[in-house]
Design a protein around this ligand. Structure first.
Ligand SMILES: Cc1cc2nc3c(=O)[nH]c(=O)nc-3n(C[C@H](O)[C@H](O)[C@H](O)COP(=O)(O)OP(=O)(O)OC[C@H]3O[C@@H](n4cnc5c(N)ncnc54)[C@H](O)[C@@H]3O)c2cc1C
Ligand SMILES: Cc1cc2nc3c(=O)[nH]c(=O)nc-3n(C[C@H](O)[C@H](O)[C@H](O)COP(=O)(O)O)c2cc1C
Length: 659
């Protein structure tokens, strides 16, 4: 009997165990999927490889391993028995890195890694390179701010000039691909400066003509790479090296783990928060700064975020970058055009699964159309009319995919991704290939409008919300509506700091400052005023502000008035639409011509912030007129030279952007 009971208990237990385990097993795949999906979301826009497969398990790489993976991805092991090249990049917003990767990829495809080892390097790490041993460097560098080098490339530029004499690097050949935007006054200036310096210290000409890239003009980039490859095919510039690559050891020495006095640590710089590793800042406050009643009214928000425990230390002049998500309504619209539910499972670049809806919401730019997307649709469309229109748009005679193709440019300027899918509806697209033709969703930058001297744990930004109609449909700015509509007080949003050493208060507090900031261009000047007041700076503060209506979009009106009442600010305003004749900041500046000239004579620093398309140029012209009228016999050229001298001495600083 006892045996029977034992057997019965055993049987029941066995059935229970088998049944329960099965139950768990059936849940396993979903749970696993969820986990992997969470991981993907954490990774967000970084579609590059971050992990390596180790016996089926994923291993997270250390910062040094990640760096080495990037540097040597297109090199043979230890780079022995091959020729060697350095492809270096200087980037502010990430595009030059993408371009440098393309250069490295094309070179290694053409020559093979057993023939040429291409090492890819952020110019930030320029010092670990033994430039005397290198034979060829290809530099892709963007221009930022008002014609300056990206932060991470500045040391390289200054350092090379300091470290090497004229003609000292005789072994080194070079070529420069300058990235920029023709909308800015100093087109591709950083690339030009780097090329000049390389010419000087090598005593040589560049191996191919400098490439100048207007925005993301890939055909120009590809042409430049073709030229480089052609040159390397024809000229014998490189020798085969048999020794192991010193660069690997140099990276280990600089960033490897060391044991010092029993303390084990790494010298890898604490990268802090970045696009790949943003800080999740809590939204503390959001208030409307304008009268927003009609759809045509300006909607500008003051947003305060909590930086406690972030380690972020900002200075007035810096910007805060926000990583937004796309608007669900716009994502839904796109899914309808794709004839998809959104549940379709796609794989990301590291092969983890992600749904179409999530990749469109979190990772990809669904507004700006890459010209290559039209080429892709051309391959999937079958209606005669769609093919005809696409052929006309992509006509090689007109410039094909390049910026030279005015017809294509005009077309893309007024279309979002949804519009082209809706327009070429005969295209039956493979979803995985389709997403590969979209750009990554990029961070948006906002000039900081607070001073950390008032509260180092708080930061504020001043955001003009973008809403408009296009082709009969309502459209939204991604980040501004994310901040306005899709986050609540108490929610956390991903941010990181973007330093701007080219927009700084004078170190001497008694120096007068002239600030010109219409619209949201006021943001850094609010920070300047708060900072100068806290510091007890005695220098005069003069602000020119402009907006449409005094009682509509006069940002921070009460605060500015309070500064005026305390005798801390001279405020000049231009309300463009409060009278029949439009008045802008440059008009008010001209009215104050004598006063402004006297401030310049006292050593004033001049700051301009805001719209870079028109305002910055109009203000520049106003300065030229002011200078010409107060300096006897001063020509336009003299006035230009005067402003350039101010700029060289950091007395004329501009923080302007084109949206
Ligand atoms: C260094 C720096 C500092 C900045 N500081 C500030 C700041 O302090 N405050 C601030 O508000 N912004 C600032 N900006 C701009 C900001 O980064 C964003 O570009 C802006 O907020 C728009 O972002 P969004 O994602 O909402 O719009 P997006 O989704 O990027 O949409 C903008 C695009 O929509 C289209 N568009 C907009 N309006 C229309 C229209 N009427 N008709 C047709 N198309 C249209 C245009 O193609 C435009 O490029 C700054 C930019 C930089 C680079
Ligand atoms: C705030 C800002 C300032 C810029 N200033 C310039 C400039 O002065 N001259 C220029 O040619 N391009 C300028 N650009 C355009 C960038 O160089 C261009 O977008 C480039 O592709 C960015 O490359 P990156 O992502 O590698 O930094 C500016 C872009 C921004 C956002």
């Amino acid at each position: 009997m006892a045996l029977l009971v034992v057997l019965l208990v055993f049987l029941v237990t066995a059935i229970y165990v088998v049944f329960f385990c099965n139950l768990c097993d059936t849940k396993k795949p979903d749970k696993l999927k969820e986990k992997r999906f969470e991981n993907f979301l954490l990774k967000k826009v970084d579609l590059s490889v971050r992990t390596t497969e180790t016996q089926g398990k994923k291993k997270t790489l250390s910062p040094l391993e990640r760096l080495k993976q990037e540097v040597f991805q297109h090199a043979s092991p230890s780079c022995t028995g091959t020729k060697r090249v350095i492809v270096a990049y200087g980037t502010e917003y990430g595009f030059s890195r993408e371009v440098a990767k393309k250069i490295a990829e094309r070179l290694s495809q053409h020559f093979g890694t057993d023939s040429i080892s291409v090492r890819l390097l952020n110019l930030l790490h320029w010092e670990i390179v033994d430039w005397k041993r290198e034979e060829l460097t290809l530099v892709a560098c963007s221009t930022t701010g008002d014609g300056v080098l990206p932060n991470e490339a500045k040391d390289f530029y200054d350092g090379l000039k300091e470290k090497f004499e004229e003609g000292e690097l005789q072994n080194l050949n070079f070529a420069v691909l300058a990235l920029g935007d023709r909308g800015y006054p100093h087109f591709c200036r950083a690339g030009k400066l780097i090329e000049e310096t390389l010419k000087n210290i090598t005593g040589k000409e560049s191996i191919v003509a400098r490439g100048e890239v207007d925005q993301e003009d890939w055909p120009v980039i590809e042409d430049w790479i073709d030229n480089v490859i052609g040159c390397l095919d024809n000229k014998d510039l490189l020798t085969v090296t048999t020794s192991a690559d010193y660069l690997e050891e140099a990276l280990d020495m600089k960033f490897g783990t060391n044991d010092v006095n029993g303390y084990v640590g790494s010298t890898f710089p604490d990268a802090g928060h970045s696009k790949e590793n943003p800080f999740l800042a809590k939204v503390l406050e959001r208030r409307l700064l304008t009268k927003y009643e009609l759809s045509d009214d300006k909607e500008v928000l003051h947003i305060e975020l909590d930086l406690s425990n972030s380690g972020i230390q900002y200075t007035p002049g810096d910007a805060l970058a926000v990583l937004p998500t796309n608007c669900p309504k716009q994502v839904e619209r796109l899914l309808v055009a794709l004839g998809a539910t959104g549940e379709e499972e796609l794989s990301s670049s590291d092969n983890s699964p992600i749904s179409l809806k999530n990749i469109l919401t979190y990772n990809l730019d669904i507004k700006n159309v890459k010209p290559e997307l039209l080429m892709f649709l051309r391959q999937c469309a079958y209606s005669d009319n769609d093919l005809k229109v696409l052929d006309e748009l992509l006509d090689v005679e007109k410039g094909g995919l390049s910026k030279k193709n005015e017809v294509l440019r005009g077309y893309l300027a007024s279309r979002e991704v949804y519009d082209v899918l809706a327009e070429f509806s005969s295209a039956s697209v493979d979803l995985q290939k389709f997403v590969q033709h979209l750009r990554p969703l990029s961070p948006r930058y906002y000039s900081i409008s607070s001073s950390s001297l008032v509260d180092s744990n708080r930061v504020s930004i001043t955001v003009a919300v973008v809403r408009y109609e296009l082709l009969g449909l309502d459209r939204v700015g991604v980040a501004t509506t994310y901040l306005a509509d899709r986050v609540d007080i108490g929610n956390r949003i991903p941010v990181f700091l973007s330093k701007n050493d080219n927009f700084r208060l004078p170190s001497n507090g008694s120096t007068p400052i002239i600030m010109i900031g219409p619209g949201t261009g006021i943001a850094p000047f609010r920070a300047f005023l708060l900072e100068r007041e806290r510091m007890g700076s005695t220098g005069r503060n003069v602000l020119f502000f402009g907006c449409r209506h005094k009682d509509g979009d006069f940002l921070y009106a009460n605060e500015l008035q309070a500064f005026v009442d305390r005798g801390f600010l001279d405020l000049f305003v231009a309300f463009s639409r409060d009278q029949p004749k439009k008045i802008y900041v440059q008009d008010v500046m001209l009215e104050q011509s004598a006063f402004l000239w006297s401030l310049l004579e006292q050593g004033a620093h001049v700051y301009v912030c805001g719209d870079g398309t028109r305002m910055a140029n109009d203000v520049h012209e106003a300065w030229l007129r002011i200078i010409s009228s107060h300096r006897p016999g001063c020509s336009r050229e003299d006035a230009l030279e005067f402003m350039e001298a101010l700029e060289r001495n950091s007395r004329y600083q501009r923080d302007v952007w084109i949206t």
